[in-house]
Design a protein around this ligand. Structure first.
Ligand SMILES: Cc1cc2nc3c(=O)[nH]c(=O)nc-3n(C[C@H](O)[C@H](O)[C@H](O)COP(=O)(O)OP(=O)(O)OC[C@H]3O[C@@H](n4cnc5c(N)ncnc54)[C@H](O)[C@@H]3O)c2cc1C
Length: 358
């Protein structure tokens, strides 16, 4: 998503000759193809909201969102966490409402008695992830971007003012600017290019698709634990459930661990009285975070021509439109527009880590 979206936006802004190099047979094989596909105003924290809100407008206008609603639930012992959550987002522009037990039950039948409080976020929606990804790939192609798959970058060397880039199959190309949109591999690509790694850490996240009795209602919201132990939502008569795991991992083709699957089901069974009939499928993907968990967009302060577009964490789909537009504007020195004018780019500048370490 990162590579396709910024390539499309660069092409749109007249960014010159652009080549997208993808290591796999097809784009989207790694994290982008493994998401839980929701747009949730609060997800990722208040620092992410300025990217999420304008992206939501864009996604809605382009027909990529379907209303779902989100319910953050808690027990008596989660009362402080609920208050902290509301306080944290107080001036962020998101809209959250407290619900009583009767209203919670209307959204989530079969809820066990100890879950007595909730926050309701009406605006939450499902995202057509494949639709957004295909939109950007098509826009990039139409804008003249050359897309090469099976083209893993294996060397990048700065000679004079040009990058000399080599792929694992020995193809070579030269470029003025190298955009690092390598997801879980972002630090590896930086090291390869002689730039300092920023400590972008891939964390594994697991999802299981369950058959349940009763079937999940079609209008079931996205249900999240206020203490971050699970989330679930309906998907075509099945339930997508995650234990909200964050297991550090090297960059790889991530696979689910049995323990995470068992934890997810155990936590779910403590939430509702539904029966779990079976696991249809399960998967895992890597969410990659910079040390402060905000994304990294901008030129590297120490390596000329090296542009970071990484650290999209658990919000890289829902923030893609504003992030890609902002990234392209920063790279080309172009003016901000409606989608990006309210964003403080300093929050995401790679130089923040260099300044921090002084
Ligand atoms: C289980 C799960 C649920 C999620 N749910 C949501 C959600 O509901 N909403 C949301 O907004 N986000 C969600 N996310 C996060 C979202 O999926 C990511 O933020 C986003 O997909 C990151 O996109 P990306 O392009 O940076 O990474 P990727 O999709 O991983 O793309 C990086 C690409 O770089 C390529 N690459 C790596 N090294 C090289 C190299 N040397 N040369 C060439 N190519 C290379 C890889 O092959 C890969 O295709 C979820 C993630 C997971 C795992």
């Amino acid at each position: 998503m990162a590579g396709a979206s910024i390539a499309a936006e660069l092409a749109q802004l007249g960014g010159g000759a652009i080549v997208m190099l993808e290591a796999e047979d097809r784009p989207g094989y790694h994290t982008t193809g493994r998401s839980a596909a929701f747009w949730e105003e609060c997800y990722g924290g208040p620092e992410i909201v300025p990217l999420t809100l304008p992206s939501g407008t864009w996604l809605r206008e382009h027909g990529f969102l379907t209303p779902r609603g989100a319910l953050y639930i808690g027990r008596a012992e989660d009362s402080a966490a609920m208050d902290a959550f509301v306080a944290r987002f107080a001036n962020s522009g998101v809209s959250i409402e407290r619900l009583d037990r009767a209203s919670i039950e209307r959204h989530l039948p079969g809820l066990r008695p100890e879950w007595c409080m909730a926050l309701w976020e009406e605006a939450c929606a499902d995202i057509d992830v494949a639709g957004v990804h295909q939109h950007y790939l098509a826009a990039a192609r139409q804008g003249g971007v050359e897309q090469r798959n099976r083209a893993r970058v294996s060397q990048a060397e700065r000679v004079s003012d040009l990058w000399h880039i080599t792929t694992e199959h020995g193809d070579t190309l030269r470029a003025r600017i190298l955009v690092n949109a390598a997801g879980a591999w972002a630090d590896n690509v930086a090291r390869m290019a002689g730039a300092a790694a920023l400590g972008i850490q891939p964390l594994r996240r697991t999802v299981v698709q369950l058959r349940t009795d009763p079937l999940p209602p079609v209008d079931l919201p996205l249900v999240l634990d206020i203490s971050g132990q699970f989330y679930f939502k309906p998907e075509s008569g099945r339930l997508w459930l995650s234990p909200h795991d964050e297991e550090p991992s090297p960059p790889c083709d991530a696979a689910p661990e049995e323990l995470a699957v068992a934890q997810a089901i155990d936590r779910f069974e403590h939430v509702v009285d539904w029966r779990v009939l079976g696991v249809d499928r399960k998967w895992a993907g890597l969410r990659s975070f910079a040390p402060d968990r905000a994304p990294v967009y901008g030129f590297d302060p120490g390596t000329p021509g090296f542009f970071w577009f990484a650290g999209q964490g658990g919000f890289g789909i829902q923030t893609a439109p504003a992030a890609a537009r902002l990234g392209a504007q920063l790279l080309l020195g172009a003016e901000r527009d409606e989608l990006t004018q309210a964003i403080d780019a300093a929050l995401y500048d790679p130089a923040r880590f260099v300044l921090d370490s002084r």
